[in-house]
Design a protein around this ligand. Structure first.
Ligand SMILES: NC(=O)c1ccc[n+]([C@@H]2O[C@H](COP(=O)([O-])OP(=O)(O)OC[C@H]3O[C@@H](n4cnc5c(N)ncnc54)[C@H](OP(=O)(O)O)[C@@H]3O)[C@@H](O)[C@H]2O)c1
Length: 254
């Protein structure tokens, strides 16, 4: 894509540019100011099925890291992504989103008993809904956004699951799992494909399983749920929801 345009691809933003919703508590604003062009943003980081932890900002950890952090970081970068167009945003979700449900009465797990699996599934459904709503908002800007399930890979994602914590499972199921799933390198390929494939130029608001476009879960296609989630996410992170790309400089809610 970049060679065709005769331009250089901008940096992949990750690591040090962590939004305040993440447990590092590092503000993204100073490092974001240094970047002049952002052509590709891959929102990849996640935590799965951790105990009932909260971020420094008081968000349930899986919602905070897997959705709200990416939501805020992406919005903080939107002006630069638009100025760098054509540019692409890739949101890494999971097949687990199909078991998710957005509970607007208790998005942050403050009322009901904590369920690590349901919290992960909700956060990954939120990623697909965010992708859909952002795509609608970005029409005509030259910035595309798609979500994907990378496939099951042998990474550290399962560190909080029983298979890792139980010696029996680790020794019996672990080797079988190891043989059946993808290497991290292979699992990274779909994200790279969505970031650079020429045939995906202009494709936006879609969900991919690996390299193939698929229909996401029915709740992920619900525009009303997506709009409501955007408004609620914006409220939680202190973003001006009506403008979509500028941030209210008020402190984040505790
Ligand atoms: N592995 C699978 O089978 C699978 C299946 C479906 C979807 N996915 C998705 O693929 C993506 C990559 O996961 P992975 O398998 O590579 O898992 P991983 O090995 O656990 O990597 C997760 C990454 O997220 C970062 N991260 C987690 N919590 C963070 C926080 N609070 N602040 C900043 N960074 C944080 C980690 O950084 P540190 O290393 O510094 O902690 C790490 O780089 C995730 O979105 C995951 O949901 C994976």
């Amino acid at each position: 894509m970049a060679q065709q345009q005769g331009t250089e691809v901008g940096p992949l933003v990750h690591g040090p540019c962590l939004p305040p919703g993440w447990d590092s508590g590092v503000s993204p604003r100073p490092c974001l100011a240094e970047e002049q062009h952002v052509n590709v943003l891959i929102n990849n980081a996640a935590v799965m099925r951790c105990p009932h932890w909260t971020t420094e900002d008081g968000f349930e950890m899986q919602l905070g890291v897997n959705h709200l952090g990416h939501f805020l970081l992406t919005n903080l970068l939107l002006d630069k992504l638009k100025a760098s167009a054509p540019s692409r945003i890739i949101n890494v979700s999971s097949l687990a989103h199909v078991a998710g449900h957005i509970d607007f009465d208790d998005l942050n797990w403050e009322k009901k008993k904590y369920d690590t699996k349901a919290a992960y599934c909700q956060s990954k459904l939120a990623v697909v809904l965010f992708t859909k709503e952002l795509s609608r908002r970005l029409q005509g800007t030259g910035v595309t956004v798609n979500a994907l399930h990378p496939g099951v890979a042998r990474t550290e994602l399962g560190r909080h699951t029983a298979m890792h914590s139980s010696a029996f499972s680790s020794f019996t199921l672990g080797p079988i799992f190891w043989l059946l799933v993808k290497s991290p390198q292979l699992a990274a390929q779909p994200s790279t494909y969505l970031a650079v494939a020429e045939e995906l130029e202009g494709v936006s608001g879609k969900y991919f399983s690996g390299f193939k476009e698929k229909a996401p879960a029915p709740e992920a296609e619900d525009e009303e749920v997506a709009r409501r989630l955007w408004a609620e996410s914006a409220r939680l992170v202190g973003l001006d929801a009506s403008r979509g790309s500028s941030v209210d400089e008020q402190p984040l809610p505790k």
